[in-house]
Write a protein that binds this ligand. Sequence first.
Ligand code: F2R
Ligand code: MG
Ligand code: MG
Ligand code: MG
Length: 352
Amino acid sequence: RRCPGRGRFRGCLVGALLGDCLGAAFEGESAVKLPDLLRFLRGLEPGPSGGEPGSARRETLSYTDDTAMSRSVVQSLLAKQEFDEVDMARRFAEEYKKEPNRGYGMGVITVFKKLLSPKCSDVFEPARAQFSGKGSYGNGGAMRVAGISLVYSDIQDVKKFAKLSAELTHSNSLGYNGAILQALAVHLALQGELSRESFLEQLIGHMEDVEADDKSLADARALGFEDLPFSRRLKKIKEFLELSTVPKSDVLFELGNGVAALRSVPTAIYSFLRSMGSDPDIPDHYNNLQRAIIYCISLGGDTDTIATMAGAIAGAYYGEEQVPASWEQSCEAFQETEKVANSLYELYCQRL
Ligand code: F2R
Ligand code: MG
Ligand code: MG
Ligand code: MG
């Protein structure tokens, strides 16, 4: 194993931040019109097409729970130099207490309240009690997981700690397996120039193994899904990528744009992979990373979360060179994000 470039670490975390801040403006909209989205993005650029020349910058775009939790993951890893469930859980809960209005999921708030109680002795217990003991299958474990792949270079460690970090809030395998898939995608992207085909093949190979255990099979069946639901969606992505055009309605039907990990992580991966090529609907001056984020947001639904996941993967793959200054500077906390990415780079390479 070798040390990937520092720019990939910065690209990953800033890409994730951009996806969240830009996507948040559209979260929950069922139909995002591309011209409206492109107009919004032009408004971030300096000069005649964006705001008055010479006028004060427009207000900064705020990040949401996706980034708040990602920051806790990364800060915990940096403070402890490894995964520490008690420290990470405490940071999630303290961060929620400090800024409860970042747009958290309805269910996960219950977990934070229990974690804040001095009576809590097992940090995984509140998550296990969610949804009458079924556990959350939301995408909250996946949206925040990229930092795991920026610390651990061994793929077995990536799987193990992606799962544990997700299980602090998401005990349903359809929640934590989504986090494993997202972490694997960031891990592969960080290694660099993989083709679409081998990227997908590797993800499918790993997920067929991840999803074959008894709990994954039981959880999928209990919710009325077929066996190996993530692997199946990855195969659907492969089919989509072989077509010259795919209607948005097919993407929404097969992959989704929802708050469940199963209806959002594959969508983020598809958005990243399809943006390796051009898109007739998106102006040519946008680069691959920008196209990935634009495509996610154009699907509507859970736009901040799907765009943050695609942004993390694309940023790790293309590096910070594809992060446009005007987009970055529109987001809250981008400078801090770059610093934290530098520290993760040092830790990752030092651990090799
Ligand atoms: N919560 C939101 N968006 C809506 C409000 C934001 C808005 N901008 C505003 O502030 O007004 N976004 C954030 O939530 C998602 C991540 O959620 P997470 O962390 O997975 O939370 P939770 O509560 O565990 O799960 C989310 C919902 O999924 C459903 N669900 C999950 N497991 C379930 C189960 N076993 N049975 C039934 N339903 C289940 C529930 O509706 C949960 O509330 C991201 O989009 C983030 O941006
Ligand atoms: Mg959010
Ligand atoms: Mg969201
Ligand atoms: Mg920069």
